[in-house]
Structures are given as C-alpha cells and as structure tokens.
Design a binder for this molecule. Structure first.
Ligand SMILES: [Zn+2]
Length: 275
C-alpha cells in the first residue's frame, strides 16, 4: 500500500511500493500539484489513485527533471484530463528529443512502457516551461514557486518551493550515492550550496529519493562533491591516460565514481571547445 506522509501543511510525499521515488503533492483550495509521476503507467496509476484519496481537485503536474522514473507516468495523468505539465525548458527538450531512449530502463518494472505497447505508454512532454526566472503557480489559497538554480544532477533540474516545503528532485538523494550520468559535478556542488543557503525559508526539504533531509545534509553533500572534483582533477593530472585510477579515492561507489570522472572530462572538453 502506498502511504502519504505530511511534510508541512497541505504538503505531502508519497513512496509507492517497490520504488524509492518520492512523489510530492501540494493541495491548494482550487487545484493540487503533483510532483513527479513515476516510471510508467503501472506506477503512474498507483500515484493517481493515491492522489485521489487525498483530493478531487483539478491537478497540475511538475516533472523535476528528464529521468524516466520522474516522467514516464505522465500519460496516466493526461488520460485523466490533466493538461498542465510543468518543467524546465532543458528537461522538456530532453524528454521530447530523447525520452524514448529511456524505455530500455523499465523492462522489468514497466514492461508495457518499455515495449511502447499498451495503455498510457506514450510520452507526454511538459508543455508549460520554466526558464531561468522563477514562476509562480497559483493553486488557490497557496502559491508554489518553480525555480531553476543552474545545471546539476542534469541540465534541467526544477525546484518546487511552497510556504513550508522545498521539493528538490534528484539534486539531493538520501540513502544512496548521487547519480552522475547526466550531471555537471562542479556546478552541482554550487547548486547544493545554494539550496543549503535557503534553509531559513523552508521547514522541510524533500529529496527525489529517500528521507526528508536537513540543510546540513545538503551542505555535506556539496562539500563531498567539491572535494571529489579536486581529487579527480589531481588524479587525471597525475595519470592522464588512465583516469580510472581516481576511482578508489573518490567518496562514491565504483559505478558512480566512473560516471563522475566521465562527466568531469566531458564537461571540461565541452568548455574547452566552447572557447
Ligand atoms: Zn534523476
């Protein structure tokens, strides 16, 4: 059974069974906002059902970023007459251009989504876009702020701030190493410092996966990342032909460390080419 947890007045977080994704729900007097829709129609339906136990108001959706477990459930909500899907412009672009490539990740959990056959398996790309300026979304008696702090876990991570609670997507991950596959590690550390500096504004900080976090947790995550960037940079300088030598010294698991180094190298190459 899926269970809602209250995180501030009219703010909730849901963990559906068999998944560690945190779905957010913010309930206003006229509309409610659902933050992240799951990895396919199976999970999407579970989320929608759980939402309907809490509220019958019209819904708006936010996708925090373009990873399958956060937007593959969109079609279920579209089929339930939801028309407003918010995301950062880079996230919307990624979903539109390359979202299909992520179907291979859900072969076990969501076979229909993976095969692209069945009900509610089409990709529904976000259609209301946030750029660099914050956007206010009116839910009736409460207003939600959608904002972007720069590149981090991906190039399109959107944050959702309510009067009590900050939903940060996978910019913060609790209980697991951060995922670096599409990340910008150096910029990510700065984004984390920015989030930590907002600590007086929000009572609750909800990561994309895991338990609610303290600002101290976020600060530690930032410092660990900055140290790791320094260590990796040193290793790459010492042994330029074999950057994997840095893996044992990094504070992440071997798989994530490999991605970390790969992304650092790609980002550096990118910035050199841009000059
Ligand atoms: Zn992610």
């Amino acid at each position: 059974m899926s269970r809602w947890r209250e995180v501030g007045k009219d703010n909730y977080v849901l963990v559906t069974e068999g998944s560690l994704l945190n779905t957010g729900l913010v309930v206003g007097s006229e509309r409610a906002m659902v933050i992240d829709t799951g990895g396919g129609p199976r999970q999407g339906r579970e989320i929608l059902e759980a939402v309907r136990q809490k509220t019958n108001l019209p819904l708006v959706i936010v996708n925090t970023h373009a990873h399958y477990d956060h937007f593959f459930g969109n079609a279920v909500f579209a089929a339930a007459d939801v028309t407003e899907f918010w995301a950062h412009q880079n996230c919307a672009k990624e979903i539109t251009q390359r979202g299909d490539l992520q179907r291979r990740y859900v072969a076990t959990l969501e076979p229909e989504m993976s095969a692209g056959e069945g009900k509610d398996v089409e990709l529904v790309a976000p259609n209301v876009i946030v750029k660099d300026q914050p956007v206010l979304v009116d839910l009736g008696d409460l207003t939600v702020t959608l904002f972007y702090l720069g590149r981090g876990h991906t190039d399109g991570d959107l944050l959702v701030g309510t009067p009590t609670t900050l939903y940060v997507g996978d910019l913060v991950e609790q209980g697991n190493h951060p995922s670096f596959e599409d990340s910008y590690p150096e910029e990510w550390a700065d984004v984390l410092r920015h989030i930590s500096a907002l600590r007086h504004r929000y009572e609750f900080l909800i990561p994309g996966h895991g338990e609610p976090c303290s600002d101290k947790f976020v600060k530690t995550m930032a410092n660990t990342m900055t140290t790791a960037v320094r260590q990796a940079r040193q290793s790459i300088r010492d042994t330029p032909n074999d950057a994997t030598k840095a893996i044992p010294v990094l504070p992440y698991g071997p798989e994530q460390s490999r991605w970390f180094i790969k992304r650092l190298q790609e980002n550096w190459r990118g910035s050199l080419n841009a000059r």
